[in-house]
Design a protein around this ligand. Structure first.
Ligand code: WT7
Length: 649
């Protein structure tokens, strides 16, 4: 970056009192440094219950596909539910559910264990066997977590599809994973009203499909059409066997597939397995979020449709036996103090959210959180994108009473669990930086040739050694897995992020270096949106860029060229504006509302190099309101002037 940034506040060392009680102590770094594999073996044995101990920590002979805790056996759902009941904590609340309209449920570990078994029984009755795939398309209600654990209990592989994705997106994900069953709901509550889900499922499973059964949770009570394959969740559970014994599965037994955007149009089915994933999810949740299961109330505001919800709502906290809040709705329904009201009411002590949400709350004004008693808060966390130091300071001052440590956690769908973060009882915090890999992880910043950069320089973020919760591949596509992550540098995992090492050695994540955008912490692919745009009758070509946006981090900006025969129809401003709105809606329908471009600009030409590659850098300049940069390598250098002139009209 050319301008000199403001001097960063901090560093903020932990208080003695915090360190004294912290789960993660400095000794972790020493242990991991002394013998990394022994360190992970210890985490796996101490944090999880294995029905059969493992005999080898890591088998890397089929690199880059790792096997962790070889020979070990466990049941993931047992680890997240039953064993806490057996340990005498059955009456502890696992989930304080808060629905958007205000309905609440307190689900204890005993309740959870019972409901998971019933749901597992219902899946078995629907013909689901170990290894079969189950798609989950639900709002943020307890059944989402229960369904995931029910799959895990019988060794089925879940594929959670974010409820905000469209019918089309659901259909492709169902098809790619060949899901046998879909679990959905009539709808959920969003911004004060019911928002239907079932019609999208009907559309997604119409015609030829792998789906044999659809289980429907009744949430809103709105009318839905129940077809041959459909069955109400409650009735299926009632009819099911109440007891589904705990079965042991191999440490490498598949646990889930979760789709994420890559650099090409087709979403990648990121594939995770059992023992290693659960070990790292539980370990990081304990040492990074500093979870004390008997006293803390933890809340992660993510949706279970994303990896954050998988690892830090379902698996990590429940494996640790923690008490957590789960909230269905938006932060401003029915008023902008809703989150803070829930924190005060449930005495939330650990609060994990995203920078985009923090910036939105900043805009609403600090008077709003100041109306609530937030004194229970003792740890804050951030995830999804870089957090700017201003938002960091606001979070600490306004929500954390000027003293709660903030853990800025860097990781990805692919990494399965947190990879870089300060430890709240150990690290002197530097606002805006994820700082260092957690003990047991070897992250680095390297140059084009894969050499570590010295302090003060930037490069690419890589992981040098395999880690327990790493993806085991892209579902059904080993080649794409190797090409995407392991071909840029030999023997190193390429994360796709740029990063800087500052003078003190702290790592700052700078953002994606590939054609992936980050909008409100959600990953979107430029080419996926481009394909959606060109699938519209009027569009000949499209180029999409992520432009800097104050609130959402990046915003989707699309440049489109109309087909010859359409140009005349949309020459007038009014017609063109209507088309722009239609194109935005079209993208929303194809992918989901989060992918809707903020702006669609109709242009006559796109800037291309002589080899035909679109120069997105120049379009980004335009989208961010700058004079376009060096255009000398364009096949037609006058294109940028034409675009800018056209937009000024
Ligand atoms: C991408 C992964 C990890 C769960 C949420 C997103 C960006 C994530 C940070 C952070 C800077 C971050 C990266 C990464 N990212 N956390 N703390 N600081 N950037 O998961 O959808 O797989 O996206 O999110 O660019 O590659 P995801």
């Amino acid at each position: 970056m050319s301008e000199t940034p403001d001097p960063t506040p901090g560093p903020f060392p932990p208080s003695e009192a915090f360190t004294a009680q912290a789960v993660g102590q400095a000794s972790l770094c020493e242990d991991a440094g002394a013998d990394r594999l022994a360190f992970w073996a210890k985490q796996a044995r101490e944090r999880l219950t294995w029905s059969k101990d493992f005999d080898e920590v890591l088998d890397w002979s089929d690199a880059p596909v790792a096997k962790w805790f070889v020979g070990g056996e466990l049941n993931v759902a047992y680890n997240c539910a039953d064993r806490h009941v057996e340990a005498g904590n059955g009456e502890r609340v696992a989930i304080h559910f808060v629905g958007e309209p205000g309905d609440e449920q307190a689900i204890t570990y005993a309740d959870l264990t019972e409901r998971v078994q019933r749901a597992a029984g219902a899946l078995r009755a629907a013909g689901v066997e170990a290894g079969d795939r189950v798609a989950i398309y639900l709002p943020m209600i307890p059944e989402a977590v229960i369904s995931m654990l029910a799959c895990a209990r019988i060794g089925a592989v879940h594929s959670v599809v974010f409820g905000g994705f469209s019918a089309d997106a659901l259909r492709t994900r169902i098809a790619d994973g060949e899901a046998k069953v879909v679990i959905t709901a009539d709808g959920g509550y969003r911004r004060g009203k019911p928002s239907a889900l079932k019609p999208d499922v009907d559309e997604a499973v119409s015609g030829e499909t792998s789906v044999q059964r659809v289980l429907v949770v009744k949430r809103t009570g709105e009318d839905v059409t129940m077809g041959d394959k459909d069955m109400w969740w409650d009735e299926a559970l009632e009819a099911a066997e109440p007891v589904v014994e705990v079965e042991s599965f191999d440490a490498e037994h598949p646990l889930f597939i979760l789709y994420t955007s890559g650099t090409t149009g087709k979403p990648k089915g990121i594939f995770h397995t059992s023992g290693g994933y659960l070990t790292q999810a539980a370990y990081t949740n304990a040492v990074v979020h500093d979870v004390h299961p008997d006293t803390d109330v933890y809340w992660c505001t993510a949706d279970v449709g994303w990896i954050t919800g998988h690892s830090y709502i379902t698996y990590g906290p429940l494996a640790n036996g923690a008490t957590q809040v789960m909230y269905e709705g938006t932060p401003d329904t029915p008023h902008q103090g809703r989150w803070w009201e829930i924190i005060a009411d449930k005495k939330v002590s650990i609060f994990y959210t995203a920078p985009t949400a923090i910036r939105t709350c900043m805009k609403w004004g600090e008077e709003i959180p100041q109306e609530y008693d937030l004194s229970s808060i003792r740890v804050l966390g951030s995830v999804g994108e870089p957090i700017n130091p201003e938002a960091w300071m606001w979070f600490r001052d306004v929500i954390g009473a000027g003293e709660a440590p903030i853990v800025d956690t860097w990781w990805q769908t692919e990494t399965g669990a947190i990879m870089m973060s300060p430890l709240p009882g150990v690290t002197a915090l530097v606002p805006g930086s994820a700082q260092a890999p957690v003990p047991g992880i070897t992250a680095d910043v390297v140059d084009e040739e894969g050499r570590s950069v010295p302090n003060g320089e930037s490069g690419y973020l890589v992981i040098r050694d395999p880690w327990p919760s790493m993806l085991r591949g892209i579902w059904g596509d080993r080649q794409r897995y190797e090409d995407t992550y392991w071909s840029r540098f030999p023997d190193m995992y390429f994360a796709g992020d740029g990063a800087k090492r500052d003078e003190d050695g702290n790592i700052w994540v700078l953002g994606r270096v590939d054609d992936v955008m980050n909008v409100s912490g959600h990953r979107l692919s430029t080419s996926e949106i481009e394909s959606a745009l060109v699938s519209h009758d009027t569009v000949a070509e499209a180029a999409v860029v992520g432009a800097a946006d104050e609130t959402t981090g990046q915003a989707v900006c699309a440049f489109v060229i109309l087909r010859e025969e359409s140009r005349e129809n949309y020459a007038e401003d009014a017609a063109r504006e209507e088309l722009v709105q239609e194109l935005r809606t079209h993208v929303g329908r194809q992918i989901g509302p989060i992918a809707k471009p903020r702006q669609v600009l109709v242009v006559d030409e796109l800037p291309k190099t002589r080899s035909g590659k679109i120069m997105r850098r120049l379009l980004k300049d335009v989208a961010e309101g700058r004079e376009a940069g060096d255009a000398t390598t364009l096949a037609d250098p006058s294109v940028m002037a034409q675009i800018q002139a056209g937009l000024k009209k």
